[in-house]
Ligand binder design. Sequence first.
Ligand SMILES: Cc1cc2nc3c(=O)[nH]c(=O)nc-3n(C[C@H](O)[C@H](O)[C@H](O)COP(=O)(O)OP(=O)(O)OC[C@H]3O[C@@H](n4cnc5c(N)ncnc54)[C@H](O)[C@@H]3O)c2cc1C
Length: 311
Amino acid sequence: MDTIVLQDLKNIVSPERVIYKEPLSKHTTFKIGGPADYFVITKKVEETAAVIQYCNQRNLPILMIGNGSNLLISDAGLRGVVVKQEDNTKEFIVTTCEEGYLVTGGAGMNLSAFAMKIANESLTGFEFAAGIPGSLGGAVYMNAGAYGGEIKDCIRSARVLSKEGDILNLSREELELSYRSSMIQKKGYYVIDATFLFQKGEKEEILSKIEELNRARKEKQPLEYPSAGSTFKRPEGYFAGKLIMDAGLRGYRVGGAMVSEKHCGFVINTGDATAKDVLQLIDDIRRIVKEKFGVTLEPEVRLIGEKAMES
Ligand SMILES: Cc1cc2nc3c(=O)[nH]c(=O)nc-3n(C[C@H](O)[C@H](O)[C@H](O)COP(=O)(O)OP(=O)(O)OC[C@H]3O[C@@H](n4cnc5c(N)ncnc54)[C@H](O)[C@@H]3O)c2cc1C
């Protein structure tokens, strides 16, 4: 342990919000991941900026996480600093403009909570995201999407922090959002909040749409098991889940990791899966699907940490 780094981080935020060797399995929906050297919770944008600046000056690697719902973190954990923003989770601002209603939310806010607040304002356009178990920041970073909608369709701008800790306001165009990709990924920015454009709708209709989509998720997805959602991106012209099923891999296991029997596009943790198990399973799936159908599957899940990065 570097006691100077630990003390400095405690001075920047507050002592109880810096944890040494925090198991990241506690912060991922896969329930997998070894310890982070330093796990820091920030509550204000200024704190987040100061932590980023400090890490940058000291060459300490940083991983910002949201709800950990798209992460596979190595069993060895992560060296450096993991930052989770809880600073702005309550931020929710509605204003009007010529084109409709602008809604701003903090990066740490749950997408489902954000979607419900929008619905309660009788605003339509975010129903698609209500069942995605991520944070707003993670959703912008990933350009999350479901049921025909994407963050790209409704976002107007996002405020991000650069590695130097400067705040930049990026327009929708500057964010360069495309299928599960954004300029934020390429530049290594950190999202602090985002603003969306919505229209007035019928509250009852909006709420019933959300309910309908959540029901569909429950029926089709193995939500009863830890996972990180769809393991692979959708290959052009195919569905990853169907390819995996047709390759005869339904229920295929490596250790505690298994191809879901309910939805073959999901790798699930049946209880005691390690990152190594999941990585081996991912490799096997990719190899077999490539052999049988000539299609290369690309992971959608972010593979993070020493071992994971090698795959
Ligand atoms: C059951 C289940 C269903 C899912 N369904 C869908 C779906 O329908 N559609 C879909 O698109 N995804 C889906 N996902 C995947 C996941 O929920 C999304 O990718 C989500 O947007 C990730 O958000 P997060 O806050 O959990 O990000 P994390 O998993 O914490 O992080 C993902 C990436 O974003 C980065 N990141 C997180 N927050 C920030 C920030 N503030 N600034 C900069 N970078 C940041 C992280 O460093 C990491 O690289 C599903 C996952 C599960 C478990």
